[in-house]
Design a protein around this ligand. Structure first.
Ligand code: SF4
Length: 271
């Protein structure tokens, strides 16, 4: 069985790569990540630093360019989970389209099998590590394909998110933040607030994306009733949201509930 890390560029998946490279976890055959072209600059800095660091430590790191979520996500109607006026969100397709399927295709090819037709790799050919910490246990799920079995080493070792940050500090390594697309509708209010205060250029990209996609072209076709789309869940233009008050409100929501409201259930985003 080959061992692969799905590297989401966040705190928890990066620690798995580092611990494996340092011999504190089992060796990995492949560390793979997908670049959608619209991560925050802080995440690209982490990608650059750790790609270099991991390769210097003998790791096989692959960065896949899987498209441009800003353009294709809107123009090709790959559903980003925009919120509608009812408060519901569109079905999330971006994770599968830009992350899960390209990574699976790559792994199949790497194993020596054609990307999407028989013969298929044998059952359990790959152990895929995902970086969920023990406080995120509710996000665990099967891989969805027979040849990949998901493993969650941080949950198995009962390691919490805050302990991951301590580990990086102890080893004098940069601490990754949450990784996610700039325009992700599942950002918490505190994340939007932070972006607005500290990375205004990125917040502006998100506001313009929000405004550009307000009218849902699919609403004119059969099968879609959502007319107006929003990046913020209360159907308020991003530019007008009071994130200070919303962040306060979030403090009273319990962690389990907040974790359910996280992007990319595959674990490829934000970990
Ligand atoms: S971070 Fe958000 S927008 Fe980006 S792929 Fe994941 S769910 Fe989609």
């Amino acid at each position: 069985m080959r061992r692969v890390l799905s590297w989401g560029l966040g705190l928890q998946s990066t620690i798995l790569a580092v611990m494996s490279a340092r011999g504190e976890l089992a060796p990995l055959d492949l560390i793979i990540t997908a670049d959608l072209g619209l991560e925050r600059q802080a995440t690209y800095d982490i990608l650059e630093f750790y790609t270099d660091w991991l390769r210097k430590h003998g790791q096989n790191v692959v960065v896949l360019n899987t498209g441009d979520i800003e353009k294709q996500g809107a123009d090709a109607h790959v559903h980003i989970p925009f919120f509608t006026e009812t408060g519901a969100s569109l079905r999330r397709q971006c994770t599968g389209h830009f992350k899960i399927r390209p990574i699976r295709r790559y792994i199949r090819k790497w194993l020596g099998y054609p990307p999407s037709k028989p013969p298929h790799p044998p059952q359990n050919s790959v152990e895929q590590w995902l970086g969920f910490s023990v406080d995120e246990y509710q996000r665990m799920k099967p891989s969805g394909v027979k040849f990949i079995v998901n493993r969650y080493p941080l949950i198995e070792k009962r390691i919490a998110r805050w302990e991951c940050a301590q580990y990086f500090e102890k080893h004098d390594l940069p601490i990754p933040d949450e990784s996610s697309c700039i325009i992700c509708p599942f950002h918490r209010a505190s994340t939007w607030q932070h972006m607005k205060e500290s990375q205004f250029g990125e917040f502006e990209i998100a506001c313009q994306f929000d405004e550009r996609n307000r009218h849902n072209p699919l609403a004119e076709r059969d099968g879609s009733t959502a007319d107006k789309l929003y990046l913020w869940r209360n159907a308020i233009p991003l530019r007008d949201v009071d994130f200070v008050s919303e962040s306060e409100r979030e403090k009273h929501i319990d962690t389990v509930q907040l974790n359910m409201f996280m992007p990319c259930e595959s674990g490829y985003c934000f970990v």
